[in-house]
Design a protein around this ligand. Sequence first.
Ligand code: NAP
Length: 415
Amino acid sequence: MTHFDSDHVDDDGERWDEPDVKRCQLRYEDRADTDGADWTRPMDRALELAARGPGSSRCNPNPRVGCVIVSDGTVVGEGYHHGAGTVHAEVEALRDAGDAARGATAVVTLEPCNHTGRTGPCTEALIAAGVKRVVIAQRDPNPQASGGVQRLQDAGVEVVTGVRSDDALLLNTDYTFDMEHSRPRVVWKIASTLDGYVAAADGTSKWITSEQTRKQTHEMRTGYGAIVVGTGTVLADDPHLISHDPGAGQEYDGPLRVVVGTRELPSGLRVLDDIAPTLVMPTHDPAAVLTALHDRGIHRVLLEGGPTLAAAFLAADLVDEIDAYVAPVLLGAGKPAVGPFGAMTLAQARRFHRLGSGDAGPDVQIIATRRVEPWMVAARRVKDRRATRTSGQDHGNIHDLGNTRRRGTGVHRNC
Ligand SMILES: NC(=O)c1ccc[n+]([C@@H]2O[C@H](COP(=O)([O-])OP(=O)(O)OC[C@H]3O[C@@H](n4cnc5c(N)ncnc54)[C@H](OP(=O)(O)O)[C@@H]3O)[C@@H](O)[C@H]2O)c1
């Protein structure tokens, strides 16, 4: 199986010099402190806690967040966000700390929210608990929730930002992308022959790639908020588009099924069964599709449509990543992987950058990105830092938490 390989990314994106590639402008700094204290160690613990939370999906649009309350070098409270509708990490950690939070430092992976959503603002909870300092890894890219730093400072709380910001970004790449672009990140999956066809001239398309590839691509659906296809694919192949069978009486929590196109869909199609929800969108506008999914809190979309829909997304420059499976099979004729999208000369080609490649049984997988995203650069820096640490050059924290005494009963899993 192929994984994202940050070796393909330079720190400053210099290797990615094609004219259509936006230079990566990182807004995050990896260290900042006001009193010389090094908060990286408690932040590492907060990051560990955050990683226990659910990733963003259709059922959980929220970011992963962890929080540690530190008093006199001792961890007195811990918490993390367990998913949409549950209390935020800061509140869980404050409850864990109880009275010990007064005068303590809250170390949190994401800027505390400053708005009332399904739960109250975390800024107010921190202020009410009497914490004297808040240490933050990543500023909240959500315009509705941001403003936490300002609110804390206005209330006289010291704020330290940028501690382990790369690591925090890596926890919430899809959330961050969506908040910054007001649309989900789009990954286009293709399974094609070596000569670039996705169906034969007579329309048959089962199967071009191997069983192993199909199993792998089926499993990867779970990481997405939605699977998007056009009516052409639904009418030709009658795909089910589910990530897993929820089982009798269980609610399906996999990706939303989305069918784009104006044609009537006959009842009885598998995508219209009641196992999972399906959104039918009678439009030809990819941007409108993504806006509707963004409004539903979906941060990452798997585009599994045919050549027509893929061309529409490419024409609008709305394909962020390609996950291609190429089988050692030739057809010589049939449906090409993508239809015309306006490139009439080589200079108009959509260029992508290879992020990784590898075997998928007898097939080859290639992952390519349209742009160098901040999280790709962050991944590279984190990898380099860990390599440095392994070689023994990164040690020494002002706050020695080695003799940390934990009080309380640990994180609350039932929130
Ligand atoms: N191997 C693979 O990876 C793979 C994946 C998917 C599909 N396929 C193959 O692809 C074939 C189907 O191709 P396809 O191109 O018809 O499928 P498609 O791209 O999934 O669906 C095409 C339909 O999407 C709608 N549509 C949405 N936005 C559009 C836009 N901007 N412009 C034009 N139409 C838009 C139109 O429906 P309305 O006419 O209803 O408005 C159009 O007919 C099948 O043979 C299938 O097996 C292969």
